[in-house]
Design a protein around this ligand. Structure first.
Ligand code: FES
Length: 530
């Protein structure tokens, strides 16, 4: 009997299967995760896997439902594909986020002669695609999906470790990156005619995403002093995309800034005009990592912190991604804790912005003190507080539900915000800037774009700048990538990469002091009054 090998991140299963057996049925016997909601009609697309070998050719239903890009990267529908001989497949989670993450002008539908570009922000967790008019750089639509590499771990380090230990896993991580880009582009739901107008694609990402996508050696990234194998830009990378864009498309990958700071941060620098600003400005790109960018109007300094996972709901006991029912905002009204959830659905967990919001509210109400401790008997909500199985205090978020904010969750937030605050303080100190010198402070990224500015200020996540200068913009890296589609925009990106300096936070003797004081839940000059 043929052998089927199923690869799910670093988990590998081998099972015997009859010739002609349905792939989905065989995978189901292993208990590995595979959704098959439409049970073989080919319509839901949630059972997609990447085939490496041994399957019979796709049938009509598969050919009808798989896009050209999916066929190019050997995506198959597990509910239809049949085993032909010894076979190997890679499971990949298909999650498309709320269809459109950005909706702009529909001019591309009316002006059919204008060439189009697609800008990709290849994030560790989220991959976003933006359809862009080539004549004036206007972004028309955006869509996003989960980075399928997350089967190898939510953090970049575990993915790099898997790739370094096994060249086949490195190749799989590359394929999963391409498959995720394809998924995000498919989520734009472009007609074939619109797709044929795509002439240029630009891709930005952090250093690890860049190397895994391009297929560069990773050894130098995984060991001190963590240098990229190659920072240079790529102006014709169509072969990297393996046929998912029309032939002749120019695929551009802008340069990296350094070993820790990638082209996603470079895109933010371009989009927010760090190179053209003659006054001091700062930005934080908060996704899975936190990139901190500061200029005094002359030098541009950048740094990366591993601060993000808490803000993606990772390492938080009831953390969740932005799904229906995810808590995004909270408010204490009298003795009530009011929760705002996505889609107004019953609460399922806390997003990063929900976590920041609830800690801010609880701090304001005196339920949490400035050191982050949950109080035993505060004046409000004390009936919601008990001691959890781990021996630490916790607060029930919704009555009757197994949904708690525990002491360790508050600590995770404190560590994340401590790292970010330390990074900003160090960059500002190097440029001799004071908070009052900054004229603009931008929070961007999947989490940064959602941040409650008041909470970020009051809890001391960012320095005590004037509230009027703080702004949020969810898609800084994606919109910057859209600027790189045009020749002059790309050249400007290369110029900024030369100009920007990467600061190694580990080498700064003050990092620990800033980190520890940054963990406190208060801001100089702001009193919570409790
Ligand atoms: S289960 Fe829906 S397409 Fe396979």
């Amino acid at each position: 009997m043929p052998q089927l090998t199923i690869i799910y991140g670093e988990e590998v299963r081998e099972v015997e299967a009859e010739v002609g057996a349905l792939l989905g049925d065989v995978i189901a016997t292993t208990g590995l995760p595979l959704e098959q909601p439409c049970a073989g009609r080919g319509t839901c697309g949630l059972c997609k896997v990447i085939a490496e070998k041994g399957l019979a050719p796709p049938d009509e239903i598969e050919l009808e439902h798989l896009t050209r890009g999916e066929l190019a990267i050997k995506n198959r529908l597990a509910c239809r594909a049949r085993i032909q001989e010894d076979a190997r497949v890679v499971l990949s989670p298909i999650v498309v986020y709320s269809n459109k993450i950005f909706r702009g002008s529909t001019r591309y539908k009316r002006e059919k002669d204008v060439e189009l570009g697609v800008a990709i922000d290849l994030g560790s967790t989220t991959v976003a695609a933006f359809l862009t008019m080539q004549d004036n750089g206007e972004v028309c639509a955006g869509a996003a999906s989960l980075n399928q590499q997350t089967v190898y771990g939510a953090d970049v380090i575990s993915r790099l470790a898997a790739a370094v230990n096994n060249p086949e896993d490195q190749e799989r991580l590359h394929k999963l990156a391409v498959a995720s880009i394809n998924q995000a582009v498919d989520a734009l739901k472009l007609s074939d005619k619109v797709r044929e107008r795509i002439r240029t694609v630009s891709v930005v990402g952090n250093v690890a995403m860049h190397h895994l996508l391009v297929g560069l050696p990773l050894d130098t990234l995984a060991v001190m002093p963590f240098q990229p194998y190659d920072r240079a830009s790529i102006i014709d990378g169509i072969e990297i995309m393996e046929g998912i864009f029309p032939d002749g498309t120019s695929v551009k990958i802008p340069p990296l800034i350094g070993g820790f700071v990638g082209s996603d941060a470079l895109a933010c620098l371009a989009y927010f005009g760090f190179d053209t600003s003659d006054m001091p400005i700062a930005a934080i790109d908060l996704g899975t990592n936190g990139e901190v960018l500061v200029t005094d109007g002359k030098r541009i300094l950048t740094a990366s912190t591993a601060a993000g996972p808490a803000f993606e709901g990772v390492n938080i006991s009831c953390g969740t991604r932005a799904v229906d029912g995810a808590i995004v905002q909270t408010r204490i009204d009298g003795s009530e804790l009011l929760l705002e959830t996505i889609g107004d659905e019953p609460p399922v967990g806390l997003t990063g912005s929900g976590l920041l919001s609830v800690v801010h509210e609880l701090r304001h109400a005196g339920v949490i003190d400035a050191s982050g401790r949950i109080q035993a008997a505060p004046a409000v909500l004390s009936e919601r507080i008990d001691v959890g199985p781990d021996g630490g205090r916790r607060l029930q978020l919704a009555p009757g539900q197994d949904l708690y904010l525990n002491q360790w969750d508050v600590r995770e937030l404190q560590k994340a915000k401590g790292a970010i605050r330390a990074a900003i303080e160090i960059l500002m100190a190097q440029l001799e800037l004071k908070p009052e010198d900054l004229q603009r402070f931008i929070l961007t990224g999947s989490f940064g774009g959602q941040v409650d500015i008041e909470a970020a200020l009051n809890l001391g996540m960012i320095p005590p700048v004037r509230v009027e200068i703080v702004e949020t913009q969810a898609n800084g890296a994606g919109f910057g990538a859209a600027m790189f589609l045009a020749g002059e925009g790309f050249a400007r990106g290369e110029q900024i990469a030369e100009q920007a300096e990467q600061i190694d936070l580990d080498l700064d003797p003050d990092f620990n002091n800033h980190y520890i004081s940054g963990m406190g839940l208060s801001q100089d000059g702001f009193a919570f009054g409790k």
